[in-house]
Every structure is written in C-alpha cells, then in structure tokens.
Write a protein that binds this ligand. Structure first.
Ligand SMILES: NC(=O)c1ccc[n+]([C@@H]2O[C@H](COP(=O)([O-])OP(=O)(O)OC[C@H]3O[C@@H](n4cnc5c(N)ncnc54)[C@H](OP(=O)(O)O)[C@@H]3O)[C@@H](O)[C@H]2O)c1
Length: 261
C-alpha cells in the first residue's frame, strides 16, 4: 500500500533503459497504440500485463509481444470502466510500477441532434471513470516513483462537427491529468497524458473511416511529415513519460505536426 511520503521522489535513470525489470499494466494493450507501447516495453526488459475486453484479441496480443527468454507477458480480461475487473488485473499483475491507459474508442460521436444520453454517458464511463479507476488503484498499489499515463487526442484542440459527445470526456481526461498529478504527488507518483494526432491502428481503420492502406496513405499525404504515424511511434511517448522521473501533470502532443497543418 502506497502512503503519503515525507521523502522526495526517488531518483533513477530517466532513460527508457531504466525501466528494465519493472512491471507495466497497459489497459487497452491488446491493439493499436497500447500494443505498440507494450512491444517497446517488452524490448526494454519490462514485464508487461495487457488488459482489454475481448479475450481472443488479448490472447493474440500476448502471444505477439512475448519472446522466448524475454520478460513475462500476461493478459487480463477487463473493461477499463469496471473497477472490480481492473482491480483483478492489478491482482494478477502483482507489484506494478507503471500504468498506461489507452482504452477508448469513438463512443458518443455523431451529430449533436442525434447523439444519445446513453452513448455520451458510456463515453464518460470509458474515459473519465476509467481514468479515475486506474488512478485510485494506482494510488493504492504503485510504489513511490511509479507513474500513470492517460490518453487524449488532438480533436480536443481542433474538433470537427460530430465530435462533441466523444471529445468532451477526452477533454475531461486532460483536466484529470493535472488534478491527479497534484493529488498523487504526495505519494511520489506521476501522472501525464499523451495527446495523439492520427495514427495507423485498427481504430483508425474501423471507426476512423480509413479502411485501406491507400486511404491511410492519402490521409497522411497532406500532413507535415507526409504520412500518418505508426502505433510504435505513438507507443514510444508513454514509454518516455514512464521513464522520465521528473515529468508530471503534462499533456504531451504527439502528432507529427498535424495540428500545425
Ligand atoms: N489511432 C488514432 O489515430 C488515435 C488518435 C487520437 C487518440 N487515440 C486514442 O488512443 C487510444 C488507443 O487508440 P488505438 O488507435 O490504439 O485504438 P485500438 O487499436 O482500437 O485499441 C484500443 C484498445 O483498447 C481496448 N479497449 C477499448 N475499450 C476498452 C475498455 N472499455 N476497456 C478495456 N479495454 C478497452 C481495445 O480492446 P477491446 O476492444 O478488446 O477491449 C484495444 O486493445 C484510444 O483512447 C483512442 O481514442 C487514437
């Protein structure tokens, strides 16, 4: 159990290599950005526990990350908004130093006149309540020096019509990042978020409406770097935030300059 501490946050290497030997719980780790982060963490010698709702998807992800002789990779079926299920994922993981929450989709999206109370409440559950659940379990369980990394998107800064119901809770996650950083600092835990532009993941290819390689290529052609980002380029940002022992309360934009175009 983590307690408020008089001692300052521990100093250790702020380079990604300093994460070796630790355990990270990636909630939303069975696909896309979370899976990209999990692969990088595994390469760094981090024990990784992936959580997601669909067991078959999760099993396939665990198998794709694990390597012979590498650090352990586990899977826990859990909905990020279900506190008991997320607690069970922490129980399965044992001691955890870092938590990454990438779970989320595009629930609540649609024209303002058509969105439903149910869909928007579900979006709040999946984003805001899920972040609070991850944070309070992290508060209980993570040791001093641990971290929680949340997920946002550049649609919060540059919205488009039909995004209001989906993006309001994502904006809430950005507010939570600062509020939780302040609340958890006495326990010497850090809280940050990554605000993503467009990345090539199953989400982008399904609800993102870019189902083919050609569609993804065309969408990226007008971006400053001439393409959409990869899941591993996205996943590298939370790895950086886990590793750097002196960053907290920040929302870091990772978008290949898309917001500038
Ligand atoms: N890709 C982009 O361009 C982009 C841009 C901005 C922001 N983002 C945000 O980045 C995050 C990751 O996106 P992605 O593109 O990597 O999506 P993705 O490929 O669909 O992966 C999402 C992962 O989260 C899991 N998940 C979804 N809802 C969950 C829930 N309620 N509880 C537990 N797990 C859940 C999914 O597995 P199950 O469905 O099996 O649970 C899956 O493993 C999302 O929050 C997304 O909104 C993405």
């Amino acid at each position: 159990m983590n307690h408020v501490s008089d001692a300052p946050a521990p100093v250790r290497s702020p380079l990604p290599g300093g994460l070796a030997g630790s355990t990270a719980l990636v909630i939303g780790g069975s696909s896309g950005i979370g899976l990209g982060a999990a692969r990088l963490l595994h390469d760094l010698g981090v024990r990784v526990v992936l959580a997601g709702r669909d067991k078959a998807r999760l099993d396939a992800a665990v198998e794709s990350v694990a390597t012979e002789g590498g650090a352990e990779v586990l899977g826990a079926v859990a909905d990020a908004a279900d506190e008991d299920a997320v607690r069970a994922a922490f129980d399965l993981a044992g001691p955890v130093e870092h938590v990454l929450l990438t779970a989320g989709g595009y629930t609540g999206a649609g024209p303002l006149t058509e969105i439903t109370s149910e869909a928007v409440h579900e979006a709040y559950d999946q984003r805001v309540w899920a972040a609070l659940v991850a944070a309070r379990l992290a508060a209980e369980r993570l040791p001093a020096g641990g971290s929680l990394t949340l997920t946002s998107g550049t649609l919060v800064l540059r919205p488009m019509p039909g995004a209001a119901g989906a993006m309001a809770p994502v904006g809430g996650v950005e507010a939570l990042t600062r509020a939780l950083a302040v609340e958890l600092a006495p326990r010497r835990l850090r809280v940050n978020a990554v605000r993503y532009g467009m990345f090539d993941t199953p989400l982008l290819r399904s609800v993102g409406g870019l189902p083919t390689d050609e569609a993804v290529r065309d969408a990226g052609a007008g971006f400053p770097l001439g393409r959409v980002g990869t899941a591993e380029e996205a996943g590298a940002a939370p790895v950086f935030l886990m590793a750097n022992t002196y960053i907290t309360g920040q929302v870091v934009t990772v978008d290949g300059g898309q917001i500038l175009a």
